[in-house]
Design a protein around this ligand. Structure first.
Ligand code: ZN
Length: 293
């Protein structure tokens, strides 16, 4: 080893020593910061986790449960009464008018109830949101599919069709296959409008019972459901009809009496709002407007 080499060796040890000191300093610093983070930042992190846990729970609940508004005053429910969606007489509402009315409901944030929801609203005096309507179409005309369903689909609304179960083979009425198809869309449900569409108040109790029980059984079996609502043909019913409707397993029944439905009228005597051809959207808006609180 020459002189130069000796200097280099000395220098090498010097560098090595400096490195060791540096490592020791860095290591010490790291440990110090670790111990600091244990005493100060860990509780902070725990708090954050705890806060997140308590905050996220109600959010999740609100997304799934959606509590209904319990009303202080008795519910006044607008139940709209349509029949055929076509033109020609006072019972037929033109396709264009029906579409305008559906557009109005959508634009003004109405929720269109299903039969199950309407029964819940009436019997528990509560609503899923402030503005609600229940759309009903009597007689199950074929044009409910061709002229009515497109608007329901377009505006994502729901309607209830009151079917005459003995008429499903008639050319201008919905067939069972068509009813099934409509039900599958989720935009329509079906209730009973009896078997033969006779004036119930003119029948004997036994005849009435047949109309009520057989139509319910047909719908229950063919549409795989528990039919909960009865709609009286031409709105005609008497005290016997009310008693038999309850006995047959219906929760509520609808008439053609004009007005908002309230439970004061009785479960089996609920009023509706007739929608007539030529009615302006402004008249329609006034007719269905009600404040429930
Ligand atoms: Zn009818």
């Amino acid at each position: 080893m020459n002189k130069f080499g000796g200097i280099m060796m000395k220098h090498k040890w010097g560098i090595l020593g400096s490195c060791l000191v540096l490592i020791a300093l860095l290591g010490g610093g790291f440990l110090w910061s670790q111990s600091r983070s244990h005493t100060t930042s860990r509780p902070a992190r725990q708090n954050r986790v705890k806060w997140q846990a308590t905050e996220s729970k109600p959010v999740k609940k609100a997304a799934t449960a959606k509590p209904w508004i319990k009303l202080k005053q008795p519910l006044k429910l607008p139940i709209l009464m349509y029949h055929s969606i076509s033109s020609g007489n006072q019972l037929r509402v033109p396709k264009k008018q029906f579409a305008s009315e559906m557009a109005y409901l959508k634009q003004h944030h109405y929720r269109t109830l299903t039969t199950t929801e309407a029964i819940r609203a009436l019997t528990t005096n509560s609503i899923p949101q402030k503005k609600v309507v229940w759309i009903t179409l009597d007689d199950a005309y074929k044009d409910n599919l061709t002229n009515g369903l497109p608007a329901l689909k377009k505006y994502k609304l729901h309607a209830t069709i009151n079917a005459i179960t003995g008429f499903t083979h008639k050319h201008n009425h919905l067939s069972l296959a068509e009813m099934k198809r409509m039900k599958t869309t989720g935009r329509v449900d079906f209730a009973s409008h009896t078997v033969q569409h006779l004036n119930l108040d003119e029948l004997t109790a036994a005849q009435q019972k047949q109309e009520l029980v057989n139509s319910k059984r047909w719908l229950d079996q063919h549409l795989n459901q528990k039919t909960e609502m009865l709609c009286y043909p031409a709105g005609r019913a008497n005290a016997t009809t009310h008693r038999l409707a309850k006995q047959s397993g219906y929760q509520i029944a609808l008439t053609t009496q004009e007005g908002f439905a309230t439970m004061k009228q009785g479960h089996y005597n609920l009023s509706r709002l007739r929608i007539t051809p030529g009615m302006t959207t402004a008249t329609f808006a006034d007719l269905i407007a009600v404040t429930n609180r």
